[in-house]
Design a protein around this ligand. Structure first.
Ligand code: CIR
Length: 254
């Protein structure tokens, strides 16, 4: 069960966040703030306390706190983001992480790793080798995990930004899979809920203490998750989607 979540208020500069889909337009700031507030409410409804960090104008993508740390049952790992414009974001999370964890580890250059590439399944962590997370980052990550009794499985990515852009574990052996992850051998033993291409964005749902939070506007994913036996909460993330962000990216949950 998760007890805590950490989020960061989107900054005005969120309009200049990195995007692979400029055709979707720039985020509307006021709308992004409202959606972020609704997201915090949803997390609270799932029984966690939420630490809200202030907006940081120096980093357009800083609301995506998931990428700067990996928070586990036994330790926290401060990452080293592979995106140059995001690399300095880690400094802004350390103090908060210290209030929750005494064991803190670091991914160091030339290793890079972003939390969006890390998917926790019990004591095993799947990690995407992506444009943001490199082999050295994964090597360091694996070494740290082993020290705390966790295991690590590398998953090479072909198309998507982060591992959790296309695959998310929602506990009880259930996994939401889209696109390149549908046929991956390493996920064959899971009960895979296959997401149609037209709703691929909604592969990024989050399991929160028995409830699954689903992005607004993806009816077949919502139905599939409910059919799998979960209660659901819906949060609109349309403004974050414009800069490649989804539900998991917006918080650290532990
Ligand atoms: C980026 O490109 O870094 C941001 N615009 C989106 C980050 C999304 N984070 C995530 O999937 N964990």
């Amino acid at each position: 069960m998760f007890q805590h979540a950490i989020v960061r208020t989107p900054c005005k500069n969120v309009l200049n966040g990195i995007t692979s889909a400029p055709e979707l337009g720039k985020p509307d700031y006021e709308k992004a703030l409202l959606q972020h507030a609704a997201y915090i409410n949803a997390l609270k409804q799932c029984g966690v306390d939420v630490t809200v960090l202030p907006a940081d104008e120096a980093y357009p993508d800083s609301c995506f706190v998931e990428d700067v740390a990996v928070v586990t049952k036994r330790c926290a790992i401060i990452t080293n983001p592979g995106a140059a414009s995001r690399n300095g974001e880690t400094a802004g999370i350390i103090e908060t992480i210290r209030t929750f964890y005494s064991d803190i580890e670091y991914i160091r250059a030339p290793g890079t790793l972003e939390g969006g590439d890390v998917m926790m399944v019990g004591d095993c962590f799947y990690v995407g080798r992506s444009a943001r997370t490199n082999a050295e980052g994964i090597r360091q990550f694996g070494e740290i995990l082993a020290k705390y009794g966790f295991s690590c499985v590398e998953v090479p990515l072909e198309k998507v930004l982060h591992l959790k852009t296309g695959v998310n574990y929602i506990e009880n052996n259930n996994m939401l899979v889209a696109g390149e992850f549908v046929d991956k051998e390493c996920f064959a033993a899971f009960n895979r809920i296959i997401i149609p291409e037209c709703e691929a964005y909604a592969a990024n749902c989050i399991w929160m203490n028995g409830t699954v939070v689903v992005p607004a506007g993806y009816p077949s994913v919502l139905e599939a998750v409910q059919k799998a036996g979960y209660s659901t909460l819906i949060v609109d993330t349309s403004e974050f989607r414009k800069i490649d962000g989804g539900l998991s990216c917006l918080s650290l949950r532990f």
